[in-house]
Design a protein around this ligand. Structure first.
Ligand SMILES: Cc1ncc(C[n+]2csc(CCOP(=O)(O)OP(=O)(O)O)c2C)c(N)n1
Ligand SMILES: [Mg+2]
Length: 333
């Protein structure tokens, strides 16, 4: 298990151990396994519904990135707020959103998260702290500063987490937000999901400095840089980031992972080698935790079959409920 790399605002680097409460809490680990499997099954079902013509618009899947989303949201409180991106299904599920309302949204139903008007990129549920979902790359960053400022002024014991991608780091709004968050000491975590690509562009063609953890230094911000495919590392790192943010010290969290799925449904994967995808498939975050729990005899094959069956039933009944509900009023055709 890899350690947590911590880069101070002055550039000094140290490595920290994972949170012992995360390592010893097998109930939590089983919950993480369940939620990652649920999130994977949700996206696989969404993919199938798209392919069979039930979902219109587009779909950005995060297959392979489950640990980054589920591990980080698991370290949050209900009162914490998140802002998600065009690839936001996983974080929404991790923060507790109902998958029935998510399927309804995908199918354009009135019972959907955004009443069927938004689709895949607009999974919002304020009761769970999912305040904003945005298809405009980088636009979440200044909004998260506003939300964090409100939390600070209201003296809430809660933080805002802004999810964004490696590509979004090169939007001007990202740098402006780092500056503001640092200057105003806002309770915000910039959770950067580094999946190595912005659409078809690899980071070495878009970042002048590919060591993403160096970016914070210019803004006097600390950065936590970790293996985003290890859910226990992610959960521990997010706990640490949250502690800083609660003390009004904004932090950048870099979650290094890989998108197995294409950028969107129209992606033909012409910009990367099959061997690269295969290599990352071997580092599947779900299998990794499953194997670790098996090795430690915390679960067995029968438990895994039970979990998989429970998830299958949960997905099927959520899709069924979505299919039975009314189409969003203004898009009946
Ligand atoms: C301001 C803006 N520019 C361009 C786009 C088109 N676009 C959608 S997703 C995307 C790539 C974003 O890459 P990254 O931030 O790394 O997120 P990822 O897709 O890898 O999750 C782009 C360029 C957009 N939606 N908004
Ligand atoms: Mg990316």
């Amino acid at each position: 298990m890899s350690k947590i790399k911590f880069v101070e605002a002055n550039g000094d680097v140290s490595f920290r151990e994972l949170d012992s409460s995360v390592l010893q809490d097998f109930q939590l680990q089983k919950k993480l396994l369940y939620t990652m499997k649920l999130a994977r099954a949700f996206e696989e079902k969404a993919n199938e519904l798209y392919a069979t013509g039930f979902i219109h618009g587009t779909l950005h899947l995060g297959i392979g990135q489950e640990a980054a989303a589920i591990g980080s949201t698991a370290a949050m409180a209900l009162e914490d707020k998140i802002l998600i991106t065009h690839r936001g299904h996983l974080e929404a599920i991790g923060k507790g959103m109902s998958i029935a309302s998510m399927f309804s949204e995908l199918l354009g139903k009135e019972s959907g998260a955004s009443k069927g008007y938004g689709g895949s990129m607009h999974m919002i549920d304020p009761t769970k702290g999912i305040l904003h979902a945005n298809g405009i790359v980088g636009a979440n960053a200044p909004l998260s500063c506003g939300i964090a400022l409100a939390l600070k002024k209201q003296k809430k014991v809660a933080i805002a987490t802004c999810y964004l991608g490696d590509g979004a780091m090169n939007e001007g709004a990202y740098s402006e937000s780092l500056n503001l968050a640092s200057l105003w000491k806002l309770p915000v975590v910039f959770a950067t999901v580094n999946n190595k690509y912005g659409m078809s562009t690899p980071i070495h063609k878009s970042h002048a400095n590919t060591d993403l953890a160096q970016r914070g230094i210019a803004f006097n911000l600390p950065t936590i840089d970790i293996d985003g495919n290890c859910v226990l590392t992610v959960c521990s790192a997010m706990k640490l980031a949250r502690e800083f943010a609660l003390k009004n010290q904004p932090v950048i969290l870099i979650l290094n992972t890989y998108r197995i799925s294409g950028h969107s449904r129209s992606d033909k994967n012409r910009y990367r080698e099959d061997s690269e995808i295969l290599d990352w498939k071997k580092r599947c975050p779900i299998k990794r935790l499953e194997n670790s729990l098996l090795e430690q005899k915390q679960i067995n094959q029968v438990d895994i079959e039970k979990i998989d069956l429970k998830i299958k039933n949960e997905i099927n009944s959520a899709v069924q409920a979505a299919q039975l509900s009314e189409l969003a009023k203004e898009i009946q055709w």
